[in-house]
Design a protein around this ligand. Structure first.
Ligand SMILES: [Zn+2]
Length: 141
């Protein structure tokens, strides 16, 4: 999915369920973009190219195991505020599940969950716009 779809969907649900805080906003934003660090063409991945080579795209970093592992690491250093990272990460996985390439939630098991949305395609852009409008509504109306 388009990085803005990941960012806007996570921010929309953040504003829907939680009170505003800058640190919460930071963690949920990082969590929403973090899984694509395993893709060298992504916003974060371009700075961490060896990650895709070592782990592969949409494998460990796009699974419950990855979510729990990275959340536990951040929880160790930052405490409960790091759970916003987990929240953003989970929403990223959910929306990647709608992608026609799908993800393996239970990696290393080969069971794949996939949908009909093409990354960067029409529906992906519609999601971005709808969530952006939703954020505006939640913040200002
Ligand atoms: Zn992804």
């Amino acid at each position: 999915m388009f990085f803005l779809t990941h960012l806007f969907s996570a921010l929309f649900f953040y504003f829907l369920f939680f009170d505003f805080s800058l640190i919460g906003l930071f963690f949920v934003s990082v969590g929403s973009l973090f899984p694509d660090v395993d893709y060298a063409g992504s916003i974060l991945g371009r700075y961490f190219k060896p990650v895709e080579f070592v782990f592969g795209h949409r494998k460990f970093f796009h699974s419950i195991v990855g979510l729990v592992f990275f959340s536990a690491c951040l929880y160790y250093f930052f405490g409960t505020i790091a759970l916003f990272f987990s929240f953003g990460f989970f929403i990223h996985l959910f929306f990647d599940s709608l992608n026609f390439s799908g993800i393996r939630w239970f990696y290393p098991l080969k069971i794949k969950v996939k949908g009909v949305v093409r990354a960067g395609g029409f529906l992906d852009i519609v999601f971005s716009i709808v969530f952006f409008i939703g954020i505006i509504f939640l913040l200002f109306l």
